[in-house]
Design a binder for this molecule. Sequence first.
Ligand SMILES: *[C@@H]1O[C@H](CO)[C@@H](O)[C@H](O)[C@H]1NC(C)=O
Ligand SMILES: *[C@@H]1O[C@H](CO)[C@@H](O)[C@H](O)[C@H]1NC(C)=O
Ligand SMILES: *[C@@H]1O[C@H](CO)[C@@H](O)[C@H](O)[C@H]1NC(C)=O
Ligand SMILES: *[C@@H]1O[C@H](CO)[C@@H](O)[C@H](O)[C@H]1NC(C)=O
Ligand SMILES: *[C@@H]1O[C@H](CO)[C@@H](O)[C@H](O)[C@H]1NC(C)=O
Ligand SMILES: *[C@@H]1O[C@H](CO)[C@@H](O)[C@H](O)[C@H]1NC(C)=O
Ligand SMILES: *[C@@H]1O[C@H](CO)[C@@H](O)[C@H](O)[C@H]1NC(C)=O
Ligand SMILES: *[C@@H]1O[C@H](CO)[C@@H](O)[C@H](O)[C@H]1NC(C)=O
Ligand SMILES: *[C@@H]1O[C@H](CO)[C@@H](O)[C@H](O)[C@H]1NC(C)=O
Ligand SMILES: *[C@@H]1O[C@H](CO)[C@@H](O)[C@H](O)[C@H]1NC(C)=O
Ligand SMILES: *[C@@H]1O[C@H](CO)[C@@H](O)[C@H](O)[C@H]1NC(C)=O
Ligand SMILES: *[C@@H]1O[C@H](CO)[C@@H](O)[C@H](O)[C@H]1NC(C)=O
Length: 419
Amino acid sequence: MYRYASSVLFLASVFAFQLSHGTEVTVKDKDNNICLYANLMVNFSVSYDVADNKSASAMFELPADVKTEGSACDNTSSTLKLDFGEGHSWSVNFTINGKKYQADTITFSYNLSDATVFPKSVVNDTETVIVKAPQITDVSVGTCYSCKSKDTIETESVNQTLWNVLIQAFVMNNSTSKNITSCAADVPTTPVPPTTHPTTAPVTNSSTAAPVTNSSTAPPPTPTPTLPTPTTGKYNVKPDENSTACLMANFGLRISVKSVEMNFEPNGTTVSGSCGVNSSQLVLTSNAMTIILTFTNDTKKFRLHALNVTGKTSSGVVFSEVNTNLSLWEAAVGSSYMCNKEQNYTITDQLTLYTFELQVQPFGVKKGLFSTAEDCQADAENFIVPIAVGVALLVLILIVLLAYFIGRKRNMASSYETL
Ligand SMILES: *[C@@H]1O[C@H](CO)[C@@H](O)[C@H](O)[C@H]1NC(C)=O
Ligand SMILES: *[C@@H]1O[C@H](CO)[C@@H](O)[C@H](O)[C@H]1NC(C)=O
Ligand SMILES: *[C@@H]1O[C@H](CO)[C@@H](O)[C@H](O)[C@H]1NC(C)=O
Ligand SMILES: *[C@@H]1O[C@H](CO)[C@@H](O)[C@H](O)[C@H]1NC(C)=O
Ligand SMILES: *[C@@H]1O[C@H](CO)[C@@H](O)[C@H](O)[C@H]1NC(C)=O
Ligand SMILES: *[C@@H]1O[C@H](CO)[C@@H](O)[C@H](O)[C@H]1NC(C)=O
Ligand SMILES: *[C@@H]1O[C@H](CO)[C@@H](O)[C@H](O)[C@H]1NC(C)=O
Ligand SMILES: *[C@@H]1O[C@H](CO)[C@@H](O)[C@H](O)[C@H]1NC(C)=O
Ligand SMILES: *[C@@H]1O[C@H](CO)[C@@H](O)[C@H](O)[C@H]1NC(C)=O
Ligand SMILES: *[C@@H]1O[C@H](CO)[C@@H](O)[C@H](O)[C@H]1NC(C)=O
Ligand SMILES: *[C@@H]1O[C@H](CO)[C@@H](O)[C@H](O)[C@H]1NC(C)=O
Ligand SMILES: *[C@@H]1O[C@H](CO)[C@@H](O)[C@H](O)[C@H]1NC(C)=O
């Protein structure tokens, strides 16, 4: 009896599983060819404010019925934008990089005045959260990214759970590919892939010992031993051992110092630092170097203000480079700064910093999670431009009004005089 019951249950669950098809869409380019395909499931959990300073949470799924009008493709970037319900939307943007493509950010907007989803909300505007797309990277062009496993992306007020994801960006020849790039979570964990190069490999001194003379023509050849992309480290500073983080930083780091390029190795790095009201510090000590990042808070914005990098290259050259007058990674206090793409910063004439998948929040971290991110990329400007235009218009209107009233007063005064 029990056995029957359990097999019926099993069948039922298989059936239910097959019923849930998720959201399937295709996007076409200007020539009416398929350029983007997605079939995925997303659950949202949103906490929002209700009366009496309380908060409620709404759980809902990305419906099968979505609109893709806001989506667009071109040769190097594309956007999947799914509009649903009463003014909600979920979008991902993809960029291509050589033979690979990746998702950069996920933007989720929800309309709090939609009372069927957010009953009793005291706020009635539309909120937007932007997060880094976690796993969808290094997907070979001409293959589909597939991830059956659940992946939850948490922010302060929104959790997004993605699963049964099948996506192909940059579709070629109007047909989606059967070749799959699976996410790490779907791949059974067996042998450790032979990825990272041993750190103390014999240094081929071709690059460092730049040999002698002026061969009259050629400028000094820039050493390009093409290092692998550095591992992204996750560094948290806690005020004390039992608290959640007060400073969070995720990044992969490479430095070029005295013409030697080195990747910063997160494994084995000790993290320390401090959180203050006006200044916070992150100190990273690896075998090769010590990096001190000092952030300042000027009430509205934070920035990376000082950077101190000391260490030794693999060929034994000691370096110590400091700049205490920087203004990098600026964002509003209470948010985080994010830059997925590789960036380079000239810190001193001897030191250049390269960052990969950067996200930092040196102030106002709540519950050990990053707050809404201010993206360094062009999309950030898209928000700023309309705001700037709006402010400019407002100022213009005020000036016109002022001029009108002053003019009227003058007129009235002069008409009294003529009387
Ligand atoms: C809500 O919080 C504010 C300040 O945080 C307080 O002044 C107000 O009395 C609170 N309202 C209720 C109903 O608790
Ligand atoms: C997604 O949400 C639906 C209903 O809201 C729920 O039945 C399902 O278990 C959720 N799935 C996950 C993976 O959280
Ligand atoms: C938000 O929801 C309200 C109520 O359903 C609706 O009237 C409004 O048009 C929606 N906003 C947007 C931007 O769609
Ligand atoms: C939104 O809220 C403001 C005040 O909180 C209110 O005046 C306005 O009518 C509301 N709008 C909608 C569409 O509910
Ligand atoms: C897809 O798979 C087929 C057969 O396994 C292979 O010949 C082809 O090169 C693959 N295409 C890509 C883009 O990897
Ligand atoms: C998101 O998930 C975490 C961990 O499961 C939970 O503590 C938090 O309350 C969730 N947040 C929301 C908005 O659902
Ligand atoms: C190298 O070139 C610089 C300027 O071009 C010149 O001053 C210097 O003497 C040259 N050195 C040798 C070793 O030729
Ligand atoms: C952290 O918690 C442990 C046990 O919960 C306690 O023994 C320890 O004193 C706490 N440390 C601090 C700094 O509060
Ligand atoms: C970190 O380094 C230790 C030894 O140095 C090694 O055993 C471990 O596998 C490394 N972990 C990762 C994630 O590379
Ligand atoms: C930033 O500085 C201002 C003024 O110095 C302070 O009021 C505020 O609390 C600081 N913010 C954080 C998150 O520490
Ligand atoms: C930079 O850090 C080193 C130790 O890591 C320290 O000795 C030095 O004084 C620092 N320089 C500045 C200007 O803070
Ligand atoms: C630094 O970045 C700029 C664009 O952001 C790029 O044009 C330049 O090639 C980069 N320099 C190096 C050395 O990577």
